[in-house]
Design a protein around this ligand. Structure first.
Ligand code: ZN
Length: 906
């Protein structure tokens, strides 16, 4: 690793650009061996910089050959500029410009690139038979020399020339303004995007694509053409994405007052893609996994993901494109806000409390772990080496929680006013998270001064709450202490402004009126409040409380914090059944299950045989009986929520809660409880399983998805009994399922069952599944991951075999994720085997991918960076593998940053 590549970029060094690009004209000559890119840029000195006399122009660019360079028609010779690994520097612009650079000049540049050799999947590259681009964050510099930074915004005109047979469809941003045929079987198209945009939103696609088309009439009665482009074989998997798009467009008009602005909106599906999807102006590019869906090949979970990602990228048209980021430290400005928007959209499309539960589960396992690890960073980071490493759960998910907290503090109406003001003030600009907060303050009058620390301080705050009931004074006190652990470069933290939504429940489960001491008593006092927690220690005293209440705290997870309150198990059971807040009912159930699993684990560690708290067994029985009664009768309960209530906390969450992760102990304790629940309640699970069957044709509506989720949750418990008849029923479900959700669920259970009788069924099912779906790449990915996450011994050997399977290709990120990532992240017992073979396996893959696709290599590395949480023996093995990676002389900046930061940690 050379020093120049290990450089760190700091927010404090930000400077506005010395030159602006008013107009960008690109000409692509696409070819199988060499692609020629001609750019014509209209530049001028930035007039907003006082005393700007800059005459040196440094453009970003890498991995290309420069053929010619002109300014105002004057050809520059190689003495007039310097080409380095990542830049092109012209020392004196004015020596070539025909007038002062203040007035503008034209830079013409011809470069040659080789997309067919580009395995990094950023810049212009080939995915199967098509050309496509990925420019965020800094991929445009692999296409041509440019000012590759989001505060340089330009109008783009793009001409694409290519062979007409192989690439009949040529797409870019905006509108098709002209096209025609050329000699030699080639053709051309010119696209023009009237909206100024940074180059990270540029896109180009060329291929033999088919499309489906629809129209959307906006709130101001404009008709928008909607097209989804795919390979012909996937035309039958586009309808769900199109429906989702139309729902998202309507929702953004109704909820945020945002209307679409171009006359056409296009989505293209590509198979090789580093992330989920990309919001390029008017031409979103999607990973096939986030756009294709049909009942036969796609699970319910994937249907929901398609809906969410289509909406997310569409919402970026305002939160990201019309108003963009000044620099990449502001990434959460667009990502946090847009994740918040898509989460609310999903909540409105399906079950609100279930969506919240899923979100919070994810946040407090994966994001909390990131916040506690060596790569912890604030929502607005202060520095980075490689920006691709900062597309993190902190930027996305915690960033969304920060926006949610602002809404919590402002209330929905003022929040909407703040959002309107933000879009209005900053339309067409590249701005900062501070601008967002300022707009929220200006529209609401709410002071977010202390709240801003959520943007600048990393780490997950802890809230330790204790209570005090004074019967004679009829007062109830909540004593709240907050703290936040140190993170890299931040040893001390100032107090956060934490919105604590809460309520007090009396013995009947009714909410009490909440009057704080010092406030006038009121007959219409609210029964739910948001307390402003702002100091390290703070006391809230409620008056007129006639008996000791049970507090319902952090309702709806009103802040991304770790809450500690010493609830008795009876309190948890009470909240679980009586709280009117659906999220807190689930949360109490989780807390109770965590306590029971931890107790089993401690007994196990002491060599005692486990005793399982009967109260939990009984509580699950109560839930099951009410679910059965409801399924037989009125069908009023939210079956997706029931499935959540019946699901035990994941091993990942239990690990996150541990100081030192006992990998095998956690697995054993959780399995022990799950098996006990299965045996205890087999009859109820069986009844519910049968009641959730349906002959209706597949539908991806929320109620049908909920019913299947609950049904397959029951089947999972039934298979745990290891009774042959349930294995057979599971196998039958696998064979006879009319949709992928039911087939996949059954397959996973057969693959995971330790029962002897499962073994032949598993082999048969896996073979049949591959036979049937070998031509559906996304289904084959599922087949890989099902096998990778089996907790049985010997799984790593199987994974290694699969790496050589003809359907596997490490260059395809979906395949790498399906096999390697799934094994390392979702199979703790095997990945963390004390032999160290799991760690060696991962390091080998990272070393391979480092050369092919650094972004994916760095991401894959995550589980090894969490060594601090394991015992000495594992720590030693994990660090040894990190050191082996670090010794690679050709480490990419991406991998270098992650490896070096994780080895530096204590
Ligand atoms: Zn996004």
């Amino acid at each position: 690793m050379r020093d120049a590549q290990a450089r760190t970029i700091f927010l404090k060094d930000y400077q506005a650009p010395a030159f602006l690009i008013e107009k960008t004209e690109l000409h692509f000559d696409l070819d199988e061996t060499r692609t020629r890119v001609t750019s014509r840029l209209v530049l001028r000195r930035n007039p907003d910089l006082a005393g700007n006399v800059e005459d040196t122009l440094q453009l970003d660019g890498q991995d290309m050959v420069l053929e010619s360079l002109r300014i105002d028609g004057n050809e520059l010779s190689s003495n007039d500029y310097v080409v380095a690994d990542e830049s092109l520097t012209i020392n004196s612009v004015s020596a070539f410009a025909s007038q002062s650079p203040d007035a503008g000049f034209v830079l013409e540049c011809v470069t040659v690139i080789k997309p067919q050799e580009n395995t990094s999947l950023e810049g212009l590259y080939k995915s199967r038979t098509m050309f496509c681009t990925q420019c965020e964050a800094e991929g445009f510099r692999k296409i041509t020399y440019y000012l590759d930074r989001p505060d340089v915004m330009s109008v783009f005109t793009t001409t694409i020339v290519a062979d007409k047979d192989k690439y009949p469809v040529l797409l870019s941003n905006g509108n098709d303004i002209a096209h025609g045929d050329l000699d030699g079987g080639r053709h051309w198209v010119t696209w023009e995007d009237p909206f100024r945009k940074p180059c990270y939103l540029f896109a180009l696609v060329a291929g033999d694509l088919k499309h489906i088309e629809d129209t959307f009439t906006t709130c101001s009665q404009r008709d928008i053409t909607l097209r989804i482009f795919v390979e012909e074989k996937d035309l039958d998997k586009c309808d769900h994405a199109m429906d989702s798009l139309k729902h998202a467009m309507r929702w953004d008009e109704e909820v945020y007052g945002r209307e679409y602005d171009l006359d056409i909106f296009m989505i293209v599906a590509v198979d090789d893609f580093n992330m989920g999807a990309m919001e390029n102006k008017g031409l979103n590019i999607f990973n096939t996994s986030c756009v294709l869906a049909n009942p036969a090949t796609t699970t319910d979970l994937a249907f929901q993901r398609v809906e969410a990602v289509v909406a997310h990228e569409y919402f970026h048209n305002w939160s990201g494109n019309r108003v963009t980021c000044r620099d990449w430290f502001q990434l959460s400005l667009k990502e946090g806000f847009t994740v918040f928007r898509d989460a609310e959209f999903s909540a409105d499309m399906g079950s609100r409390s279930v969506k919240r539960v899923e979100n919070v589960s994810f946040l407090r396992t994966a994001q909390f772990a990131e916040d506690a690890g060596p790569m912890a960073h604030p929502v607005r980071p202060d520095s980075y080496m490689e920006i691709s490493n900062f597309y993190t759960l902190t930027i996305y998910e915690k960033g969304a929680e920060v926006v949610r907290m602002i809404r919590e503090l402002l209330g929905p109406e003022k929040f909407r006013a703040g959002s309107d003001l933000y879009f209005d003030r900053h339309d067409g600009q590249a701005v900062t998270t501070e601008d967002f907060v300022l707009a929220m303050e200006a529209a609401s009058g709410v002071d977010l001064g202390q709240f801003r620390r959520w943007y600048t301080q990393a780490g997950t705050p802890q809230l330790k709450i204790s209570d005090n009931y004074d019967a004679s004074a009829q007062t109830y006190e909540l004593l709240v202490r907050q703290s936040c652990p140190p993170t890299p470069e931040q040893s001390h933290k100032d107090a956060f402004h934490i919105p604590l939504r809460m309520s007090l429940l009396n013995a009947d489960g009714d909410e009490l009126p909440l009057v704080l001491s010092g406030e006038p008593a009121a007959s219409d006092a609210p029964t739910e409040r948001v307390l402003d927690v702002t100091s390290d220690v703070q006391s809230f005293v409620f008056k007129g409380v006639k008996s000791r209440p049970v507090p319902s705290l952090l309702r709806g997870f009103s802040a991304p914090v770790k809450l500690q309150f010493d609830y008795s198990r009876d309190d948890l059971l009470f909240i679980m059944t009586r709280d009117s807040d659906g999220f807190n009912r689930w949360s109490a159930a989780q807390d109770l299950a965590v306590a029971v699993i931890q107790e089993i684990l401690q007994q196990h560690q002491r060599g005692q045989s486990p005793g399982i708290d009967k109260r939990l067994l009984d509580a699950v029985g109560d839930i099951l009986r009410s679910a059965v009664a409801d399924a037989r009768g009125s069908g009023e309960l939210d079956q997706a929520m029931l499935a959540q209530l019946l699901s035990l906390p994941s091993e990942a969450y239990l690990s996150e809660l541990s100081n030192e992760i006992d990998v095998d102990g956690i697995h054993w304790a959780r399995e022990t409880l799950a098996d006990a629940l299965a045996v205890e309640h087999a009859e109820n699970f069986a009844d519910l399983y049968k009641l959730c069957q349906s002959d209706a044709p597949y539908s991806a509506d929320a109620a049908s998805i909920a019913r299947r989720t609950l049904k397959n949750c029951c089947l999972a418990y039934l298979v745990r009994t290891q009774e042959p008849r349930w294995l057979e029923i599971c196998y039958r479900q696998f064979n006879e399922a009319g949709n992928m959700t039911d087939a996949d669920a059954a397959l996973r259970l057969l693959v995971n069952s330790p029962a002897e009788a499962a073994q032949p069924l598993r082999t048969q099912a896996l073979n049949d599944f591959y036979e049937r779906w070998q031509h559906e790449s996304l289904v084959v990915n599922q087949w890989f991951s099902v096998q990778a996450i089996a907790s049985r011994p010997g799984t790593l050997a199987q994974v290694k075999l699969l790496m050589n399977h003809k359907a596997f290709d490490i260059r395809n990120p979906n395949k790498a994720r399906a096999l390697i990532s799934a094994f390392c992240n979702m199979n703790a017992v095997n990945f963390h085997a004390l032999s160290g073979e799991g760690y060696t396996f991962l390091a080998d893959q990272v070393i391979t991918l480092n050369r092919l696709n650094p972004q994916i290599a760095a991401r894959l590395l995550t589980p090894l960076t969490r060594w601090q949480k394991y015992n000495q023996q594992r720590q030693h093995l994990m660090k040894a593998e990190l050191e082996r990676i670090q010794a690679d002389p050709e480490l990419s900046r991406d991998v270098y940053e992650v490896v070096s930061k994780s080895l530096k940690a204590n």
